[in-house]
Design a binder for this molecule. Structure first.
Ligand code: BDR
Ligand code: CA
Length: 311
């Protein structure tokens, strides 16, 4: 089968970086048209530079990285340095990137690219949904050229930034509202699923044993970022949220999902950014999303380790 055309929108971010490694090592499955950066875990000046650093480390300086929106649609930017460190990639030191940032704004790139593609494109969304929402508002026809939006975000049960909301959706709930209402094929991989994907010491050891510059970087990053999750959640290691999106694209049979209607709370401050998931059809709205409800965690780590071994 031909490689699937994909754009990866991200806010690296440690788990974004691991997701990028997974994608960049899979060229026969994923044809990465571009990486677009958004403000999220850290400000945009850092996320776009981090995206380029990761591409270079992964031996893909040929990829195009675009910077998108520096802030959410309405709300002030909330960042997560407590989780990802001051640089967004704490735990390792990477050289300043030599690959240039593309001049075009990520939103304009998304529009131009999607309007001109022959084959519809899959969007792997690893951060707040600002870039995509603005692109959809500016040029709604792009929706016809989106094969699927696969996003890490939302929570059916508990949030991680507030009791009700997951970080990516909370940071830009208005953008998420636009994307969920856009009528595009959409798969949501929520915290309920990604919180099961714990990088235990044994799983980290398997990655460490690959003994490559990329595996060493992955371990440095995950050891730093792991400290936060282990302390807050009492887990044996960190959650690998964003790599689940790429794993879903590479090996969808690792996951199951249910169709459901999902809407995003944008009114109440108490529950701002909550993804309200109508699993029991308590509304009359038709389902607008595949809501992933299970993952084969062992299969995920096998895929991750085998794929990282290619570097
Ligand atoms: C999400 O929030 C970010 O901190 C991570 O990179 C991930 O995309 C998890 O809630
Ligand atoms: Ca992210």
């Amino acid at each position: 089968m031909a490689a699937k055309p994909v754009i990866i929108d991200c806010d690296p971010g440690v788990d974004d970086a691991i997701a990028l490694f997974l994608a960049l090592a899979s060229p026969e499955h994923l044809d990465i048209l571009a990486v677009t950066a958004v403000a999220g875990n850290v400000p945009l000046t850092l996320t776009q530079a981090n995206a380029r650093k990761i591409c270079e480390l992964a031996g893909r300086p040929d990829l195009s990285v675009y910077a998108g929106c520096p802030r959410p649609v309405l709300r002030p930017l909330v960042t997560a340095e407590d989780v990802h460190g001051r640089t967004g990639l704490d735990g390792i030191e990477l050289p300043e990137p030599t690959m240039l940032l593309q001049q075009q704004h990520a939103v304009n790139f998304l529009i131009e690219c999607l309007l001109n593609v022959r084959e519809s494109v899959t969007l792997a969304m690893l951060g707040p949904l600002t870039n995509l929402a603005i692109a959809i508002i500016q040029q709604p026809q792009i929706c016809q050229h989106i094969n699927e939006v696969v996003l890490m975000g939302g929570a059916v049960t508990h949030g991680n930034i507030t009791p009700s909301a997951e970080f990516n959706i909370y940071v830009d709930p208005h953008a998420a509202h636009v994307v969920f209402a856009a009528g595009v094929p959409l798969t949501m991989i929520s915290l309920d699923v990604t919180n099961r994907v714990i990088a235990t010491p044994e799983r980290l050891q398997a990655i460490r044993a690959l003994n490559t510059p990329v595996s060493a970087a992955a371990i440095g990053l995950l050891e730093y970022y792991g400290a936060f999750d282990m302390k807050r959640y009492g887990t044996a290691g960190p959650f690998l949220h964003d790599p689940c999106v790429i794993a879903y694209l590479l090996q969808p049979d690792l996951f199951t999902y249910r169709r459901a209607y999902v809407n995003v709370e944008i009114t109440s401050e108490l529950t701002m950014g909550r993804t309200v998931v109508d699993l029991w059809q308590r509304t009359n709205y038709l389902p607008n999303a595949n809501v992933v409800d299970s993952i084969n965690v062992e299969g995920f780590y096998q895929l991750l380790t085998q794929t990282l071994a290619r570097f």
